[in-house]
Design a protein around this ligand. Sequence first.
Ligand code: HEC
Ligand code: HEC
Ligand code: HEC
Ligand code: HEC
Ligand code: HEC
Length: 373
Amino acid sequence: MLGAWLLVGLLLGSGGACAAAPDRAGAPPAPQAAAAPGAARPPRPALPTPARGRLGAAVAANRACEGCHDEVAREWRASLHRSADTEPAYRRAFAIEPMPFCRGCHAPEAVPAEPEPEAVGALGVGCVTCHVTAASSADASAGVLAAPWTRPGPPPAAPHPVVRDARFAGAAACASCHEFPFPTARGSRRPEHLMQSTLTEHRRSPAADRPCADCHMPAGAAGRRSHAFVGSRDPAFVRSAVSVSARRTSATAVEITLAPANAGHAFPTGDLFRRLEISAEALGPDDMVLGQADRFLTRHFAIRPGQIGRHLTADDRVHAAPVTVALEVGPAGEGREIAWRVAYQRVAHPGGVDERDAVVEGEITVASGRLAP
Ligand code: HEC
Ligand code: HEC
Ligand code: HEC
Ligand code: HEC
Ligand code: HEC
């Protein structure tokens, strides 16, 4: 049995030969080592997907992974993958739109059409969801998906089969959950129908040839990749997405420029209710606000009477090119200091579409400053 798995591993490119060219979702599959004459090529392993329905079997198998891989497990337990079904932000949004569709990704080991048992919800996106892609079993003995080995020397022996696949080291490992259309536009890939579009944004970004894991799973001192999956809750990481500069263009106006830096996709990406607030205030004595202006950079949606769902009307987030926002604080700004700020905001599922009415659930100041008169 182990011998057979070793063969699978070799044919799928273990040893790191394929690692130099991690493929991207949508790109043609990387060429594989030719099978020996007469030998049937084994089927390529499935990549992680939503809606797995393995229920208690997944919970039990995950406990076994955690028991042996304790450092990885500690990182994962504090991650948003682990709390995908229990995060307060998700629970509030799900209460407004309780659809089986949501469960497919936020409780992927559940059966989407049925309420998830508590332990299956608490598992969220588990080790087994990403690493054991067999439909029938969640156990490590079904084969654990891994990236090609690229460190010096042979990989340490594992007590379970390890199936190495170059696609698992690329964006394809994340694709089925991090890009998808609105449930009302199932099957569509048109940009205006996408509820999340991180993969397309990544393909068009200056970091297109860097796998998601390069930034989201950085390797630690021992060379092992982090499973904390840092993102929207990490101020230093969020600030690294852009470099910001500001200048006064007249007595009452400022210009703020956001140039892409370390983001591998649009900033912000992900959930549709993420945005940047760019603001400026003319300050009087004791910092009294005398005049103010702001703008939101986000995907802007409209609700059209008689039509289902939201309709994308504009996308002014930071993509591959710098974005400059001009703000006019009004005549009160003349001869006054102007304070400016760029804030990354996580916004609650809005009832309407007025951006100023939105409830901000979380905020990180990306950059701020003051410009003398
Ligand atoms: C009985 C202990 C044990 C269990 C249970 C176990 N593993 Fe492992 N696993 C190991 C050891 C030991 C290695 C080799 C050393 C290493 O890579 O940490 C390994 C290797 C791996 C690798 C390959 C790392 C690489 O690239 O070389 C992955 C991925 C992995 N395990 C994931 C899992 C997942 C997911 C589960 C649960 C489905 C699991 N393991 C269950 C002990 C275990
Ligand atoms: C969201 C998907 C995802 C989840 C959840 C996840 N992993 Fe991973 N894991 C990956 C990917 C992708 C890699 C390979 C990254 C690379 O090397 O390119 C990886 C790598 C690993 C490795 C090799 C690390 C190294 O660099 O040596 C181990 C071991 C591992 N995972 C175990 C686990 C265990 C145990 C859990 C649960 C506690 C878990 N993973 C949860 C996606 C995931
Ligand atoms: C089975 C579906 C699934 C797969 C596969 C998956 N993710 Fe996720 N991921 C999620 C869900 C759901 C969340 C949202 C959790 C929450 O906050 O409710 C998430 C959250 C994240 C976050 C945190 C976002 C934030 O707001 O901070 C990062 C970063 C992330 N994923 C990266 C990855 C990467 C990189 C991969 C591929 C190696 C991957 N994910 C694979 C479902 C998945
Ligand atoms: C070059 C580095 C880099 C690469 C490559 C990259 N990201 Fe990110 N990602 C970031 C940074 C920095 C942030 C924080 C700023 C932000 O929120 O966009 C982030 C944020 C996120 C978030 C949180 C949502 C948000 O914007 O608040 C998700 C989800 C995410 N990335 C998923 C992915 C996925 C999936 C891929 C691969 C298709 C990927 N990232 C590739 C750097 C990267
Ligand atoms: C195809 C997979 C998928 C489906 C279906 C899905 N989501 Fe998500 N969801 C994600 C991913 C991936 C993220 C992480 C992106 C980010 O953090 O910006 C996420 C993030 C979120 C967040 C932000 C959570 C946080 O902790 O900040 C909310 C809220 C959310 N989803 C609600 C929903 C609701 C409600 C539904 C059903 C109407 C739904 N999602 C359907 C994959 C999915």
